[in-house]
Design a protein. Structure first.
Length: 92
C-alpha cells in the first residue's frame, strides 16, 4: 500500500497542525542493563524454562510504524497506521 511521505499532523511543541516528514522506523536492540532484560535473564536461567507464553497463532502482517518529524521545530514522534498491511511504501 502506498503512503504519502508528507502529512499534516498535530505538533505538541508548536501546538498546531504542521507538515511532517515520514521516515522508516527501526527498532533498536534491547539494552543489557535495563530492568526488564535483567528480570528476563533471572527467570529463564537454569531449568526454569520459558516464563512468557509464546503465541501459537502468529499474525502475518504488521501495522506499519513511522517516525514523523515536524518541519517547523524538528521534534519527532511516532506515526502509526492502525491497519495491517503487507508492504507499506512511502511515496513522495
Ligand atoms: Zn513542531
Amino acid at each position: 500500500m502506498k503512503i504519502p511521505a508528507k502529512t499534516k499532523e498535530y505538533c505538541k511543541k508548536c501546538k498546531r497542525h504542521t507538515e511532517h516528514k515520514l521516515k522508516e522506523f527501526k527498532t533498536r536492540s534491547p539494552r543489557k542493563q535495563s530492568k526488564g532484560t535483567r528480570r528476563h535473564e533471572v527467570h529463564t536461567a537454569g531449568y526454569g524454562g520459558k516464563y512468557q507464553a509464546i503465541a501459537t497463532v502468529k499474525k502475518k502482517n504488521k501495522r506499519p510504524t513511522f517516525l514523523a518529524e515536524c518541519t517547523v521545530c524538528g521534534t519527532k514522534h511516532y506515526f502509526v497506521i492502525p491497519k495491517r498491511m503487507k508492504k507499506p511504501e512511502l511515496v513522495k
